[in-house]
Design a protein around this ligand. Structure first.
Ligand code: ATP
Length: 328
């Protein structure tokens, strides 16, 4: 085989509940991942040594050395299979990026997942999805979900996954991309700071901090819990109910670091979104629409409102990382 190309989706979190920092510095999470139809493509080819090139969205912001998550995934898979199984000495990875970088959409983890499925085919290593998830979890917390796709509950750092048993309802989303990035560790640090400063007033999030409907779970020291109302809305396939239950504990922190997002969230809700929230650690905002037509209207109106850099219409749930073509 001379090359394999895999496609992989971005994700939004329909719920992102964040606990206290753990001894290892990470936070315990309970999250409902939802893959959406914004895809990166990753091609792998045999080469003398591992290398990566990137084309498309935010090219200049993607590391092209061993820090690249796709290259780290290649190395992790190589280490996980018997010597000699990988056939060639190196892999040339080419990433066609459409998922904006440091946007809360887990694009780096997505590329790692795509590299895993592509190399698994290139090398004919035959690992199961479960085995690839285990390798992926050593590369990043969101890699396992990018392999799985669909809608799934994540626990721990997000890598312990349970697929959500929900009907095949298609949800229509508008993503509003921001003019800027947020670094995930900084958003978690800002959340810890906000929670510490709120200690004196019962841990309540003020409406100013809140900025929209997402993230209304009272923060605290208790372990985060799954939102049963969101899960029953998903089981009912009721977009209106799902929209009313979107929540993200990181949202107040993202808004404190990127205040312009308040206007973006408010504009989308005023323009008829069923629900709105900051995607993951932000700064992308996600808006749920009642139908494909409403999503188109919302996307047009959001572009005209001058509250974001650009918009994309996507649907969810989308399938996880999968090979789309193989060259022989
Ligand atoms: P998270 O997955 O923590 O929510 P994010 O979605 O906000 O993160 P990513 O697009 O995954 O952000 O990028 C986070 C950082 O990872 C980038 O700033 C970049 O330095 C690094 N990175 C490494 N490999 C990649 C890759 N293949 N694509 C994008 N970013 C990468």
């Amino acid at each position: 085989m001379t090359g394999v190309t895999a496609r992989v989706p971005a994700k939004v979190n329909l719920q992102l509940a964040v606990g206290s920092p753990r001894a290892d510095g990470f936070h315990d999470l309970v999250t409902v991942f939802h893959a959406v139809s914004l895809f990166d493509q990753v091609t792998v080819k045999p080469a003398a040594r591992d290398a990566v090139t990137v084309t498309g969205e935010d090219v200049g912001r993607v590391p092209v050395g061993q820090d690249n998550l796709a290259l780290r995934a290649v190395a992790a898979l190589r280490a996980a299979v018997p010597d000699g199984a990988t056939g060639t000495r190196g892999v040339q990875v080419t990433i066609a990026k459409r998922i904006p970088v440091a946007a809360g959409l887990a694009g780096g983890s997505a590329d790692a997942a795509a590299a895993l499925v592509a190399c698994n085919q290139l090398w004919a290593t035959g690992l199961s999805q479960q085995q690839l998830c285990e390798v992926g979890a050593t590369v990043g917390s969101d890699v396992a979900f990018a392999l799985l796709g669909g809608t799934a509950v994540g626990r721990g750092r997000g890598e312990q996954l349970t697929p959500a048993l929900v009907p095949a309802t298609q949800y229509h989303w508008v993503l509003a991309f921001a003019d800027g990035q947020l670094a995930t560790p900084e958003v978690f640090t800002a959340l810890d700071r906000l929670r510490a400063s709120r200690g004196g007033r019962g841990g309540k999030v003020s409406p100013q901090e809140q900025g929209g409907r997402g993230g209304d779970r009272p923060p605290g020291r208790t372990p985060p819990g799954l939102d049963a109302s969101l899960m029953s809305a998903l089981r009912a396939g009721d977009a209106r109910l799902v929209g009313s239950r979107l929540s993200n504990d990181l949202q107040p922190a993202a808004l404190s670091l990127f205040p312009a997002l308040r206007k973006t969230l408010a504009a989308g809700l005023e323009l008829g979104a069923l629900g709105a929230l900051v995607a993951g650690s932000g700064p992308t905002c996600a808006f749920l629409a009642a139908s494909a037509e409403r999503a188109l209207e919302l996307a047009v109106a959001m572009s005209g409102a001058g509250v974001c850099r650009s918009v994309a219409r996507v649907t969810g749930p989308a399938p996880g990382a999968a090979v789309v073509s193989a060259q022989t």
